[in-house]
Design a protein around this ligand. Sequence first.
Ligand code: GLU
Length: 441
Amino acid sequence: MTVTRFAPSPTGYLHVGNLRTALFNFLIARKSGGQFILRLDDTDPERSKPEYADAIKQDLEWLGIEWDRVETQSSRLDRYADAADKLRAIGRFYEAWETPVELDLKRKKQLNMGKPPVYDRAALELTDAERDAFRADRGNGVWRFKLDHARINWTDGILGDISIDAASVSDPVLIRGDGQVLYTIASVVDDTDMGITHVVRGSDHVTNTATQIQIIEALGGTVPAFAHHSLLTGPQGEALSKRLGTLALRDLRDSGVEPLALLSHLARIGSSDPIELRGSVDELVEGFDLNRFGSAPTKFDVDDLYPLTAKHLHAQPFAAVKADLDTLNIPTDKKEAFWNVARENITTRHDIKQWADLCANGADPVIDDEDKDFVAEALTLLPEMPFTETSWSDWTAAVKEKTGRKGRGLFMPLRKALTGMQHGPDMGQLMALLQVVRAKP
Ligand code: GLU
């Protein structure tokens, strides 16, 4: 059975980049009838916050991305300690005491000599006495995994065949001096214990994957299939990382983006499939295929979400928005008619209110100088309130007859006088909902 996981750290809010990872893993699991696990990578006690964990769940729920179960790394520390013991026992784990400043110096020297800045394994050369001295002087060191200096190969579900020379990678630190277990080991222990079959994540994790493959093998686990999706960039190809703060899922939600618009977009950008609005998560699952994604950075433009949002809303039946309409000042017997008038004229749900306000309160008239007399005369012919479905045609017919105006010259000044706007819903339907006309003859 396919088992995937989305593994955010609860140290902040999810943004569009995270969503892409979550969505791919979710869709793969759903497509094959497998399981999708939400795993909270919360081994950093300082930065992990319960409110972020809650926010992550809320954001996924809002989008309809349902997980089969939640796992938290903070509750599995014993398992990571066991794995560390095992690595020690087989001679693949060693303690090192270099300070960040010392490591930085080493890196600079290597770079100056034109060498790759790979950890030199000096700690492996320490005698027992030197080790004791360091421990006495600096306390516990960090624990590094001793890579096997061979090539690490895998066939990536998106990038194709990958081969990385382990000698070009520093032995990864898996446990910090203060005992904090780091992501790399926690993740492989979880992936193995939880029977994860497919790991899909951003291409910034490619080197991690190389080292994790060796750690999994050292621990006797089964290596899952890996796929690394490209990272999102801004519309101009610029790095998105700085703007991700403004692309938090909750901010998009607040700005009126509809879940299916967001999902439809993110499940397709960067693939060879066209971006089409899907009506449900099931439809997204159906059309999803990891093989159709490319490795090139993927442009993301938040503005693309609004046309899809509008399209989604235009297609919504009354029942789907009734709860929104109930919060607005619209007579009960007119709500459905109101929705049918308003929906073509909104981009997000926030825009509904503007039409409800117009119907309830009327609008400040906009009357061009050259139309003053014409509109004044037309208003003397305005039908009695309450208006009906025929009020607009009756009125404009009467005005046409009296003034001789027709076409745009007839309709536009009247629309502007009643709604204060040049554009908007069909006037025949809108007028039947209009409770107040502010323009006076
Ligand atoms: N917590 C990691 C991250 O957010 C998870 C990466 C992974 O999927 O393994 O980058």
